[in-house]
Design a protein around this ligand. Sequence first.
Ligand code: SF4
Ligand code: SF4
Length: 402
Amino acid sequence: MAQTDYSIMEILQMDACTGCSLCTDVCPAVLAAEDGRLSGVYRLGELRRIMRSRTGLLRRFFGRQVPTKEQLKQFSDTVFRCTLCGRCQQVCPSGILLKDLWLSLRQDLVHCHAYPQKVDMIAENLAESHNVFDEDNEERAEWVEDMPNVPEHGYIKDQADVVYFTGCVSAYFPMAQAIPMALVEILDAARVDFTLLGENEWCCGFPLLGAGLRDQAEDLIKHNLEAVRAKGAQKVIFSCPSCYQMWHEYYPKEFKLYHVTQFVNELIVSGQLLFNDLSLTVTYHDPCDLGRGSGEYEAPRQVIRSIPGVKLVELAHNRENCLCCGGGGNLEMIDAGLSSDIAEAKIDEALKTGAQAVVTACQQCVRNMTTYARRNKVGIDVMDITQLVQKALAGRGCPDSG
Ligand code: SF4
Ligand code: SF4
């Protein structure tokens, strides 16, 4: 382990914890697992103990023991059972940037070889195939073939004003492929000059952060920047909030970046999209990386409210207090049972609103909530905001279009 995995600010903040336990009260992992060792306050206490054991003088004079490999492994098992939802950070009265700290801690644990084996799989898949699923990267835009009326260029042009960066989950996971299909239809309807990167899109690198492999993202970043530059585009849009956040925080500021909710909202405001009446009551789930992570709460609500006939009812916990769906932080790979238990709490809350559908703006949230709802035969639809907009597009022949 190394102190160098932490910024000076993070090291200073470790001692700012008052032990108030507010982070424990709001942690979805603690609540679902009923295990206090998954809480921020426990994690921070252990981390401080480990940091002090590394300091030679404290070790000599106060007999601080360096943790054994087994102790570190046990600690690591709790550290990686976290969705990185950022709710602990949101409520911490001491202002500790807990989510950043959890990322540095994961990196620290990887450097000292105390981490879940799945981390190796993520690293290998990205190094060899450039996507998290170890699929053939040449097939990244294969979902286009399942669309009707595809133009000759197959949405991969040599040059375009806008690049749509699809992200690994939407590109490869059948349950999520409806999202890029919907967005392409929306962009076409609004006559946006856009292109996909196809096989030249590599994973944005976000899964490496959660895996504690932040320092291995550089090749992916360089490659993706070059691929966008080659298209001559000024704007990049993302349907994945994690890709969007990754580009915002870790890529050089070279392009104008939009989450799809922001881009579609601009299209609506400028009159480029026309809608039919949908007659639907929905609730909205704020994806962690779009809401707490990127501070975008309004654009998705404006999009939903602009569709005639759609009524938005808020969840009891919404905006910065929104409960995680359980799909973040690579938790699904590390502990699928816990991920599903967190989804259960989310779906229960959605059912209480009386909405017919939960709308969100993230392929991973769609996957996690849909999987739980289908497995447990829960009577509520789950859809991405792009799918809601697609349903409402004028000219799609919906029953209300006249
Ligand atoms: S990021 Fe979310 S899951 Fe992780 S410790 Fe904080 S509140 Fe719990
Ligand atoms: S909310 Fe902040 S100050 Fe309170 S216990 Fe958690 S980390 Fe410490």
